[in-house]
Write a protein that binds this ligand. Structure first.
Ligand code: EPU
Length: 343
């Protein structure tokens, strides 16, 4: 049967975004194989001209309206070992695999490099798009290449990680090549040696608190999971998309001035002399932490996370985000930028 026939119409997206926002897609299809992707994006395909949204786990998106186009849910599955050397292994993972399922799989196989990225919601294909990161690690530390369908040349291309311009929550998939590539799978190089990355302060504190005698990938994964569970809301209980804003970067001079005026300010000096500010701190010190209006709110444990307590609309979340941006700008003179994709 022609899979294109399985395109559904007028589909609710509520279960496809971790914010739990009700929005409807004009068309919706789930793709499970690379061949289906090639067919769907063939230049002669009936979807030509439709607005497109490629969806992974929907964990970094805010719908503020219905989607007047085709939503393609990437459900391709599979983990393949491409190389198995004495001190590392390379694995190729399909875009639709659940991210944390992959982390767990690697930790069980004693392959190191992803453990600090435990419990990040979403899928593997979405991970390089915003160069996911947490607790001192980012996917760019282990990413070798990204295998994509190139919609411009209608062929499969392999992009080496160096060509993906992976930066802080950024990549070509969000900027110069937005809407060009459909990520099919990624290849990662993971270590078989005992190298642990525990420098991030809240992770270090957690490990001390647990009283760990011997480090292992499992111990780090468990510590990351417990910090995340404490600080971040579970999307299954309260809709959210993790950090709503990026941590803003300011010049060293601005940081010094702010630090004089607000000694408690949290900032991380960068190698180029600039400074990344903890947006959660700025938002908390504008009084927003734990704020709630209707079903839209600011998480009581982490002010960088906006929450849908039930039936908030995307517009209500966006309005709250705008109020927060304005007050941070007014009090600290700092501009916050959304980290979440707003549609
Ligand atoms: N802070 C406050 N008040 C708050 C929240 C944070 O004062 O309400 C302070 C904390 O005390 C700490 C500092 O801000 O000193 C940093 O907080 P945290 O360690 O929680 O990290 P973050 O900078 O707020 C970033 C990522 C998170 C990631 C954590 C841990 C961004 C936008 N967010 O948050 O990523 O889990 O570091 O590495 O970079 C995500 O992207 O969705 C996400 C959750």
């Amino acid at each position: 049967m022609d899979r294109i026939e399985t395109i559904r119409q007028d589909v609710s997206l509520k279960d496809y975004n971790t914010f739990g926002i009700e929005a409807r897609a004009k068309y919706f299809i789930s793709v499970r194989t690379e061949e289906e992707v090639y067919r769907l994006f063939d230049p002669g395909s009936m979807i030509r001209g439709e607005r497109l949204l490629i969806l992974g786990g929907g964990s970094n998106i805010l719908f503020t309206d219905d989607f007047d186009g085709l939503v393609v849910k990437m459900d391709l599955k599979g983990i393949q070992t491409m190389q198995d050397q004495a001190d590392y292994a390379e694995i190729k993972v399909s875009a639709g695999e659940n991210w944390d399922g992959l982390v767990q799989h690697c930790v069980q196989r004693h392959l190191g490099g992803l453990e600090n990225l435990s419990l990040i919601p979403g899928t593997v294909g979405a991970a390089p798009v915003q160069n996911i990161g947490a607790y001192g690690a980012e996917i760019r530390d282990v990413l070798i290449e990204v295998n994509c369908w190139d919609r411009w040349s209608s062929q499969v291309v392999v992009l080496p990680a160096e060509d993906c311009q992976l930066g802080y929550r950024n990549s070509i998939f969000k900027t110069s090549a937005k809407d060009r590539y459909v990520i099919l799978s990624i290849t990662l190089r993971l270590s078989k040696q005992a190298v642990f990355n525990i420098g991030y302060s809240s992770l270090e504190l957690e490990l001390e608190h647990i009283g760990v005698r011997e480090l292992s990938l499992e111990v780090i994964r468990d510590a990351v999971i417990s910090v995340r569970r404490r600080k971040l809301p579970d999307p299954a209980r309260a809709g959210n998309a993790g950090s709503f804003f990026r941590n803003p970067e300011v010049s060293g001079t601005i940081y010094d001035d702010l630090k004089l005026a607000f000694p408690g300010l949290v900032g991380y000096p960068q190698p180029d002399g600039s400074c990344k500010l903890a947006a959660g701190w700025l938002i908390e010190h504008c009084g927003w932490k734990g704020y709630r209006q209707g079903d839209a709110g600011v998480h009581p444990e982490q002010a960088l996370v906006l929450v849908n307590y039930g039936n908030a609309t995307g517009q209500e979340i966006l309005q709250l985000a705008t109020q927060i941006r304005q007050s941070v700008k007014k009090r600290f003179g700092v501009e916050l930028e959304a980290e979440v994709n707003i549609l």
